[in-house]
Ligand binder design. Sequence first.
Ligand code: AMP
Length: 281
Amino acid sequence: MEIIYTKKELIQYRDNCRISNKTIGFVPTMGALHMGHISLVQQAQKNVDNVIASIFINPTQFNNKDDFKNYPSTIDQDIELLIQYGCNAVFIPTVDEIYGQYDYQPFTVDLGDLGNIFEGEKRPGHFDGVIEILHILFELLQPNQVYMGLKDYQQVMVVEKLLQNNDVPIQLIKCATIREKDGLAISSRNKRLSPEERETALNLFKSMSEIKEKYPFSDISILKKSYFNQLNSIDNIEVEYIDIVDSQTLKSINSWNPPGKNLILIAAFVGKVRLIDNLLF
Ligand code: AMP
């Protein structure tokens, strides 16, 4: 596996792929890799010639300094894992390499309402940071496809908007959420949970599954309120939001959509760790 540290080398990698007529699939990550990330690599391997991951804890997308400071970093293990699963290359830049002396014009996308709800509301500036880093990476690498997880459902919608605005045609491949056997969505942040907190965190998936079971007969607004209260009453859980929304607009719904278009969105602190999850049905 090629390990790339600089933008210059990344451009070289891209050009080499072009010259040899090889398609590129890109898997952007913040590292502390797990099977959720690997599932993206594996899906890319089915469709493109060369799969390249990136590992970059992007400071501009963290609205909370402690979250940034405590974000897990396991670079050596990450590289081992990517080699084990046959990834072709990984880009591991420093913050200075990305943002230092960069003649890049700040770039934004008008997200409309999408930017002000859920993660956009609770993490001001977060999506601006995501857009900024992905725009930089897309311009440098110009992959044929980018693979992103629906675990970050709203982020996928944001990237869709970014790509509509982009000059370079890049196909977005949306990948299903990988869960532990007991239902917990795999996340790098899970590494910061104590064993007891991990047990507590299972309640997020459990609640979403129970709500799904009540489709389409229960009253939506009653469901939302009762699960918000129920989860909040559990020790060590503080719910930021739990909502049932239209899966295409993320607008809150009060009557059920047809199958496949109802989405539960949840964000909660378990101890000091902020987790998000969602369920589409
Ligand atoms: P992150 O390193 O958390 O920024 O995630 C990098 C990519 O992996 C994003 O596209 C995430 O949506 C995706 N991802 C994270 N966790 C999972 C998971 N459990 N299943 C599928 N994709 C995931």
